[in-house]
Design a protein around this ligand. Structure first.
Ligand SMILES: Nc1ncnc2c1ncn2[C@@H]1O[C@H](COP(=O)(O)OP(=O)(O)O)[C@@H](O)[C@H]1O
Ligand SMILES: [Mg+2]
Length: 241
């Protein structure tokens, strides 16, 4: 993916298996948001493609969008709408109506624990509740795939724990891709990790598989901390996957 002369992603190829939580890990500017915008059909890649649940993002973008719930880096919450109004609006935009819409509103209200703020204006919400509303809008149509861009960024420690628990609880029935620049976040959530840096794939695998890819680790792979794995893999500026 190029933005003018900037190469944001180069030869990045990875796969999220059904039902797993895949963590996209990389420092700021690595290309995480770009990858997610391509997967959600928000951006067309300069070359290459991707498939979501078997549907190609270039050939069948509408099918792809139907299957995805997307929590962007900055959630577009209309500050003068109430939580219930906003989620109703998003539900209708997702073609839900009548009893089905009511059922889904009830589901996401429970799942995201929005009861205390259900009739509140979005502009009055704390960052933590704002993020839960963001998740609720991503979930309203019960998508198979969730794409969450830095879901816990800017939250306090309690809110982070709550959002992590929420994401984990959803993982049983969904495939989830989330991005983060925080090592603890992948440690806490991800079944598998994709590390990208400066638009390039550094490595992918489970934590254990990544540990085994670290060149000259200086100790046995299972004793490496995730930080040591990360630094060890980033150091040689060539892909080691
Ligand atoms: N709309 C854009 N126009 C130009 N460059 C962009 C744009 N969006 C992102 N970039 C550049 O692409 C690279 C990857 O950005 P991004 O995908 O946002 O990374 P991340 O989400 O990992 O922080 C960065 O160098 C960034 O400056
Ligand atoms: Mg980003």
């Amino acid at each position: 993916m190029h933005y003018g002369s900037v190469t944001a992603l180069e030869n990045v190829s990875f796969r999220a298996n059904a039902g797993e939580i895949l963590g996209l890990l990389g420092p700021n500017g690595a290309g995480k948001t770009t990858a997610m915008r391509i997967l959600t059909t928000y951006l067309y890649p300069s070359s290459g493609t991707a498939k979501v649940d078997g549907f190609d993002i270039l050939e069948a973008p509408i099918e792809v969008r139907r299957r995805i719930g997307y929590l962007p880096e900055t959630v577009p919450l209309y500050t003068d709408m109430r939580v219930d109004e906003y989620l109703t609006f998003v539900g209708k935009a997702r073609s839900l109506e009548g009893a089905k819409l009511a059922e889904r509103l009830e589901k996401v209200r429970e799942a995201c624990r929005l009861k205390p703020v259900w009739k509140h204006l979005l502009g009055e919400l704390s960052k933590g509740f704002g993020q839960r509303v963001g998740l609720a809008q991503a979930l309203i149509h019960d998508p198979k795939v969730l794409i969450l861009d830095e879901p816990t960024s800017g939250l306090d420690p309690i809110q982070i724990i709550e959002i992590r628990a929420l994401v984990k609880s959803l993982a049983k029935e969904k495939t989830i891709i989330f991005s983060t620049h925080i090592l603890q976040e992948v440690e806490a959530l991800a079944d598998r990790i994709v590390i990208i840096n400066e638009g390039k794939l550094v490595a992918q695998g489970t934590r254990r598989e990544l540990a085994e890819k670290v060149p000259d680790p200086g100790k046995s792979p299972q004793d490496l901390t995730l930080e040591e794995i990360f630094i060890g893999l980033l150091k040689p500026q060539k892909a080691v996957s």
